[in-house]
Design a protein around this ligand. Structure first.
Ligand code: FCB
Length: 453
């Protein structure tokens, strides 16, 4: 008997991103992106791994759609590689690049799978980075040009659009921590880049919406509910700052409140240049909010010499000592964090609709006699679906769930060392194997309800 049933129109999907799966980095007119440059720079990725071949999805997309069909997926979140469409960032669109996504979209629709398309999942054309990248305001115009080129070709069929994936990561991991492309480590540059990412989102919303009556447009944020590690006032303050950094710095301007004052004070001289009306543009109403959730932030206060934001996340060992399960990424498993987050979003921001656009876990999978037994992944997803269902019951307008990821892929700075897929990929042969979690997720979709893993 089904334990927990979801609404009839709840959407079940999986997600991927272009650079993580496509490969074929120099085919059909594609030029390098910042991730080609970054991954080819010695010391930037685990083992020197790159996305040159990845899952070879560029050549295997038809077989991959068959796998999606086999799982009964109703939706598939993919991203478009900007350097396939506008190899130099601006100018004449590359027809062969557009042709690829045209075929992919048609293939998905023929399989009854709704494409949810992300425009920017971090692969900025290198040509634009050479002119300053996201720190340069002209990149905002270039993004609108790119959105226009994509919509001109796909907008008649695509109903769901996501402007950006995780501007926190693109902005801060890329320009402050420097662990993602373009590998810059400067807070002021990071804040300027982040502002331009948000501005480009607001500018692109009407462009995407104009293509088709009823088109739904949103943005995807990685959000981390932030809890203090103790009940000391200092830790509570640190958790509030972490919330400002991860969540409010993005949610507040997107929902019309401007940048949060406490964080403006903290960032001080590093604050970005903002022109008149930028905040109005950023607050352009959207149709949904995409939420990527993996783990919450559990934070303690530290001095500014340790971290300028005055906070630090507790370690995996500390979390484990509190009884938390830890994934291969060193992330603690805490599904209550997802429920708290969804309820808080509804309470504080009232998005028209929410999709969980990513959620999942990496574990050390092994192939045994042609199968992959990954009960911990099924349990992870199951517990987060339970938390999602609790949020739904309390009135959160949650419309769908996308597991990260359809298949194992290039996990950015971790290269191929971390496997998040429901489908196992043997990178030597490109063989795909449905993990036990994929078979379990297939049953969930078929029942539209949680079933025992
Ligand atoms: C998210 C990214 C996605 C993937 C997962 C594990 O931050 O959006 O591409 O790497 O983490």
């Amino acid at each position: 008997m089904a334990l927990t049933t979801f609404p009839d129109d709840f959407v079940w999907g999986t997600a991927t991103a272009a650079y993580q799966i496509e490969g074929a980095v120099d085919e059909d007119g594609r030029a390098p992106s910042i991730w080609d440059t970054f991954s080819h720079t010695p010391g930037k990725t685990f083992n020197g791994d790159t996305g040159d071949v990845a899952c070879d999805h560029y050549h295997r997309w038809e077989a991959d759609i068959k796998l999606m069909q086999d799982l009964g997926l109703q939706a598939y979140r993919l991203s478009i590689a900007w350097p396939r469409i506008l190899p130099q960032g601006t100018g004449q669109p590359n027809v062969q690049g557009l042709d690829f996504y045209d075929r992919l979209v048609d293939g998905l629709l023929a399989a009854n799978i709704t494409p949810f398309i992300t425009l920017y999942h971090w692969d900025l054309p290198q040509a634009l980075q050479d002119r300053g990248g996201w720190a340069n305001r002209e990149t905002v115009d270039a993004f609108v040009e790119y959105a226009d080129a994509v919509v001109g070709r796909l907008g008649d069929r695509v109903t769901h659009w996501i402007t950006h994936n995780e501007p926190w990561c693109a902005g801060f991991l890329g320009h402050y921590m420097g662990v993602h492309a373009p590998g810059i480590t400067d807070l002021k540059t990071a804040l300027q880049a982040t502002h331009h990412l948000l501005l480009s989102h607001g500018r692109a919303v009407p462009v995407l919406r104009s293509a088709r009556a009823g088109a739904q447009v949103g943005i995807t944020l990685n959000l981390s509910p932030s809890y203090p590690v103790s009940d000391s006032p200092a830790d509570a303050e640190a958790a509030k700052r972490a919330d400002g950094f991860f969540n409010r710095w993005f949610l507040d301007p997107l929902y019309g409140r401007g940048y949060p004052e406490d964080m403006q004070e903290l960032f001080g001289e590093a604050l970005p240049q903002i022109e008149a009306h930028d905040l109005d543009i950023i607050a352009t109403p959207t149709d949904f909010l995409g939420v990527n959730f993996y783990f919450p932030a559990v934070v303690r206060a530290v001095g500014p010499e340790v971290n300028p934001l005055g906070g630090e996340q507790r370690s995996a060992d500390e979390a484990a000592a509190e009884g938390r399960e830890i994934t291969a990424m060193g992330w603690e498993v805490n599904p209550d964090g997802l429920r708290d987050l969804l309820v808080r979003l509804q309470h504080d921001y009232q998005p028209k609709a929410i999709y969980i656009t990513e959620n999942g876990a990496a574990f050390e999978d092994q192939v045994v006699d042609g199968a992959v037994h990954d009960p911990r992944r099924s349990a992870y997803i199951q517990s987060h679906l339970e938390a999602s269902h609790q949020a739904l019951t309390s009135g959160v307008p949650l419309r769908g769930y996308f597991a990260w990821s359809l298949m194992d892929n290039f996990e950015w700075a971790y290269g191929y060392a971390k496997r998040f897929g429901l489908i196992y990929v043997d990178y030597g042969t490109q063989e795909r194997i449905l993990k036990d979690s994929a078979l379990w997720y297939k049953r969930v979709i078929a029942e539209n309800a949680l079933v025992e893993p």
